[in-house]
Design a protein around this ligand. Structure first.
Ligand SMILES: Nc1nc2c(c(=O)[nH]1)N(C=O)[C@@H](CNc1ccc(C(=O)N[C@@H](CCC(=O)O)C(=O)O)cc1)CN2
Ligand SMILES: Nc1nc2c(ncn2[C@@H]2O[C@H](COP(=O)(O)OP(=O)(O)OP(=O)(O)O)[C@@H](O)[C@H]2O)c(=O)[nH]1
Ligand SMILES: [Mg+2]
Length: 447
């Protein structure tokens, strides 16, 4: 990119509301010149200066801390000047308008980060981490993203890419020079290496999908036959009477969603209509909704009434537990234990409690599961784009296996090249400018 042709952009980087300090950012070849017009004094790189700021009519508009980052040692890699002015929006707006008056252009959303990317200051996985940090729903998410910003995913990508390139190098030598087939031991070695890479990628993909909630927030579905106390549980979690509770079976007809903080996690609970034998259409819809709630959730709480023997309606819930037990974390709760225990369910370790008295055993269990999602050193793919790239790489590696067996080295090399491109696109896509516009366009203004 030709830096001389880039214009100089400006934006307010802090939230547009009441606050004690607001930051206005300026980046581009004219940043220093424009900044000196508003401060009327020289600025030394990497110094925090206390400066009076003047508008174009020479009126004093603020006293601010001004920092000049000289290219290429700045966030964007260009000349950057930051104005840390008094907060609220009025002062920051006046500063911004003065910068625009002196020749800066209002930045588009994400344009600072886009420039940082184009100037090689950050790669795409790091840019995505920045975008997601702003929207992080939990401290755990923020910590994972901070690691990604430090290049954790980038090094993972680089490692896999290098392994694939090494395999490719072997093959290319053989395509060019070998008259006969690949030596059997070399072929086996390559197969083993590919298998290791595949497993590694598949594991990352699987654990990322399972932990998607770390970024977006986790969802917990509460299911069970009517009258087991699902809505009572939601109310107990929320500490107020959100859902209607009654001893009439079928009280909840629609799903109800509310967010609750469990430890450091913000969790969305979904209270569903009780599942019973589907006699009428409305109840059938209820069953379908419950299934949908399960599929959209990370954790399922399956509720039973401990005080009554197992009924055929409970069996429906047990069937669902069986169906989803490999995909979801399922917590079985025997509620109304205050009324005695009549129920027995085989092969399941339940939590026995009374929602009316104490739900802390359930909270503890939830917290243990949520912590286990968060406390891991495993790499997390944090966007659809990253998940798609790894999926594509895996497919390409898979497609390469048969040609390798058959000794069709050129086809093999073609697929390995595909895999290399797919995995590399996580950090450095063969960019179409539309992709970049779309990605960075979703960033906050001033980022
Ligand atoms: N005031 C302020 N705070 C901020 C940012 C910012 O841009 N300004 N950030 C924005 O997201 C984050 C910090 N990230 C940053 C990343 C790189 C550079 C930077 O100037 N890098 C140069 C110089 C490095 C150095 O001197 O050690 C470089 O990489 O060459 C600045 C901030 C969060 N806090
Ligand atoms: N004794 C006792 N009663 C409870 C307990 N939990 C809930 N109940 C009562 O059980 C009845 C049903 O509770 P709900 O929370 O409405 O049950 P639900 O599972 O949401 O029912 P549907 O919405 O019909 O599917 C109410 O009368 C509650 O007060 C408990 O721990 N002990
Ligand atoms: Mg209910």
């Amino acid at each position: 990119m030709n830096l001389e042709k880039t214009d100089t952009i400006a934006a307010i980087a802090t939230a547009h509301g009441v606050g004690s300090i607001a930051i206005v950012r300026l980046s581009g070849p004219e940043a220093l010149a424009i900044a000196q017009k508003i401060t009327k004094k020289a600025l030394k790189p990497r110094f925090a200066h206390l400066r009076t700021l003047y508008n174009h009519q020479n009126e004093i508009i603020d006293q601010a801390i001004v920092i000049y980052f000289k290219a290429p040692h700045s966030f964007t890699g260009e000349d950057v000047v930051e104005f840390q002015c008094h907060g609220g929006i009025i002062v920051a707006d006046m500063v911004l308008r003065t910068l625009l008056y002196h020749g800066a252009r209002l930045a588009e959303p994400g344009e600072f980060s886009k420039r940082a990317f184009l100037n090689g200051k950050i790669d795409l996985s790091e840019a995505e981490a920045i975008a997601k940090i702003i929207e992080a729903k939990s401290e755990d998410a923020a910590k994972i993203l901070a690691r990604q910003l430090k290049g954790e995913l980038a090094s993972f990508v680089e490692e896999v890419r290098e392994q694939l390139i090494r395999i490719l190098a072997y093959v290319e030598v053989n395509i060019d020079y070998a008259e006969e087939d690949l030596p059997v031991d070399l072929q086996e070695q390559m197969q083993n290496q590919l298998e290791t890479i595949s497993k590694n990628l598949a594991k990352t993909l699987e654990s990322s999908k399972r932990r998607e909630g770390l970024i977006e927030g986790f969802k917990v579905a509460i299911i069970g036959k009517p009258n087991t106390g699902k809505s009572s549980l939601l109310n107990a979690l929320l500490n107020y009477e959100r859902a209607i509770v009654s001893d009439i079976a079928g009280t909840t007809r629609d799903t109800i969603e509310e967010s609750v903080r469990i430890g450091s996690h913000l969790v969305r609970f979904v209270d569903t209509a009780g599942i019973r034998e589907a006699q009428d259409t409305i109840e059938r819809i209820g069953v379908e909704r419950s299934i949908k709630a399960i599929e959209e959730s990370d954790i399922v709480i399956a509720m039973f009434d401990a005080s009554r023997p197992l009924e055929s309606e409970d069996q429906k819930i047990i069937d669902l537990i069986q169906r989803y037990k490999n995909e979801k974390d399922i917590i079985v709760v025997l509620n109304k234990i205050d009324l005695g225990k009549e129920i027995t369910i085989e092969d399941i370790e339940p939590i026995e409690l009374s929602v009316k008295q104490d739900i802390s055993p359930l909270i503890k269990k939830l917290q243990t599961i949520l912590d286990s999602y968060a406390n891991t050193e495993e790499i997390l793919l944090v966007s659809r784009r990253q998940i798609d790239a790894v999926t594509k790489a895996l497919e390409a590696i898979d497609a390469a296996k048969i040609p390798l067996e058959m000794g069709e080295l050129e086809i093999f090399a073609f697929h390995i090249n595909e895999a290399i491109a797919a995995i590399g696109s996580i950090t450095r896509p063969m960019e179409s400018s539309e992709l970049l516009d779309k990605m960075f366009g979703e960033f906050c203004l001033g980022k």
